[in-house]
Write a protein that binds this ligand. Sequence first.
Ligand code: C2E
Ligand code: CA
Ligand code: CA
Ligand code: CA
Length: 276
Amino acid sequence: AKDEGRNTLAFFDPRMQARLFSRARLEADLRHALAHDEWRLYYQPQVNADGRLIGVEALLRWAHPERGLLSPGEFIPLLESTRMINEVGAWVLECACEQLAVWQAESRTASWEMAVNISPAQFVEADFVPRVEAILQRTGAPASRLKLEMTETLFVEAEDRLREKMQYLRGLGVRFSLDDFGTGYSSLAYLAYLPLDQLKVDQSFVRELPESRSNGAIVESIMALAGSLGLAVIAEGVETHAQYEWLAARRCGAYQGYLFDCPLPVAELEACWRGA
Ligand code: C2E
Ligand code: CA
Ligand code: CA
Ligand code: CA
């Protein structure tokens, strides 16, 4: 009876209840957002060693009517667990490809590339590949300037058609970047097996450069591994000159981080970077 009492107390823990309510509320709000055009794409510059813009990463924001602009950490997990990620992910791809087609048509922006984050839950959908192909056709975006960012979590789901799907899209010109590299648990064998183009060094390794010798060793190994597999490397979360210089001294090809710019709405991105 004593234990039961404890369980009852735990069940009515007001903090826990608040959390349950807010999750339910968030889910209802997400369904509302789907129908009411509350999604926004921000674009963060990716630059080469000379600081010239080579492309952008599209990052999702939610313009919540009461809570303002929300970052994906606050709602992506819920989108993924409810499978709403497929619908929102399709919107992201469509919007990013429309923008890519616009940039393609103007000489000052024609070389810009677009990186788009793809959740494992999206990739494993049976119609993911035809969906991407249809979006490319509908928007007229150049497939060769579209890069899909995937994470190692996808490999853990052991999708048997993963390689086939990637190869088909690659045949259209689409490229693949492995995001948050070094933080997952996948086998390195995947790097040789899958048609990847780029490794994205996770910001947790970059953060402690140049002081941390162990993180330095990890980043050097990732760069060596990428080099011998013929993969490009981009470092994310570059915030300081010292980090940039450390990476540049080791011939890192591409950089992304607050040192260069934060994620921006399209008008600001163009105003700052077009012609730069
Ligand atoms: P990510 O793909 O690793 O994206 C990088 C995150 O780091 C972004 O956070 C970006 O704003 C932030 N960041 C950029 N530069 C710096 C820096 O110099 N220092 C630090 N500390 N952070 C930096 P954001 O926009 O909040 O996105 C968080 C995550 O949400 C992303 O991590 C990605 O996994 C996910 N996400 C964002 N947009 C989408 C989307 O359209 N679809 C899917 N499936 N996931 C998305
Ligand atoms: Ca990413
Ligand atoms: Ca990342
Ligand atoms: Ca991340």
